[in-house]
Design a protein around this ligand. Structure first.
Ligand code: NAP
Length: 279
């Protein structure tokens, strides 16, 4: 069994990003810039935003932080996005989700200019992925695809089972696997017999957000297992997969932490560089 080491690959991608920004600086060019908007004081969001900021700083990407109070009006938030959309020195815009309840996430996400939508949550960018027309790819599924590629894992012709159908993970994951030639099944809470599907998977992507949902008797011998889940069990971070037992059957598996999480962050940096290059 081989561990799919997202931490190591993310470090390589960050190194590459730092080289790119250092070259731009040496040529006297403008620094790539990511604007991150945080509304309110959700503790998890504060940590995510801080990590993104630190990733930018260490790789030479300019990080513009906009921290707004929880009672910010929709008009004020949309005005801020308008000004970032119009700002030629800003390449990527990310509004940290979830937003406070009085703000319409769909409306806010759609307000970000498609060319700066480095999270790739907008209908335009999702549509481009669906049609196979390039564009930004959402960071988590993009990071998983990169990890599979790094380890030489073939997708074409494989049975790929994705557990979870969210707009930010499950659905785009299924689309990217399909585009790579996988035969894709998407499972969710209405799936009648989850284990029937997961047992058929050559490549199993667990993105349900339920600790220990995937047991070893639900996994095929030799499967590639990617665990997206980030759950807390007895205060400890864990994924959706019963790791020790499933790892014994898997050919490849991602650890939690150190698998998908670091890759998600690395893809945000790459999308920001792409936005800069397309600017
Ligand atoms: P989400 O929006 O809550 O979606 C969860 C999906 O899983 C839903 O489609 C749900 O089905 C399905 N599901 C839940 N319980 C299930 C069960 N018992 N059997 C089958 N399907 C089930 O979550 P998300 O945003 O996609 O995130 C999923 C997990 O990944 C979370 O733990 C999250 O923290 C983690 N995550 C990690 C990263 C990273 O970088 N590592 C990034 C993003 C998310 P229904 O649609 O029927 O409700």
């Amino acid at each position: 069994m081989t561990i799919l080491d997202g931490k190591a690959l993310a470090a390589k991608i960050k190194e590459q990003t730092a080289k790119t920004t250092a070259k731009l600086a040496a040529e006297g060019k403008r620094q790539p810039c990511l604007a991150v908007v945080l509304v309110g004081e959700d503790p998890a969001s504060q940590i995510y935003v801080r990590n993104k900021h630190n990733d930018c700083v260490t790789t030479g990407i300019k990080s513009l932080m906009h921290t707004l109070p929880a009672d910010t009006s929709e008009v004020d938030l949309l005005n801020l996005i308008d000004s970032l959309n119009a700002d030629d020195t800003v390449d990527g815009i990310l509004v940290q989700l979830p937003l406070p309840k009085h703000l319409d996430e769909k409306k806010v996400t759609e307000h970000i200019s498609a060319s700066k939508d480095v999270d790739a949550f907008s209908a335009y960018n999702v549509g481009k992925i669906t049609l196979g027309r390039g564009g930004f790819k959402p960071c988590t599924p993009a990071g998983i695809m990169r990890l599979l590629e790094e380890y030489g894992i073939e997708i074409a012709g494989k049975e790929c089972v994705v557990v979870g159908r969210s707009n930010i993970v499950g659905k785009p994951m299924a689309l990217l696997l399909l585009a790579a030639g996988g035969t894709v099944t998407v499972c969710h809470t209405k799936t009648a017999d989850l284990a029937y599907h997961t047992r058929r998977a050559d490549i199993l992507i667990a993105a349900a957000g339920r600790a220990d949902l995937i047991k070893d008797d639900m996994v095929k011998e030799g499967a590639v297992i990617v665990d997206v889940g980030m759950n807390r069990k007895d205060g400890k971070l864990c994924g959706d997969v019963d790791y020790e037992k499933c790892a014994a059957k898997a050919s490849y598996i991602t650890p939690v932490p150190g698998g998908v999480g670091p890759m998600t962050r690395a893809m945000l940096l790459e999308n920001t560089i792409t936005a800069y290059e397309n600017h």
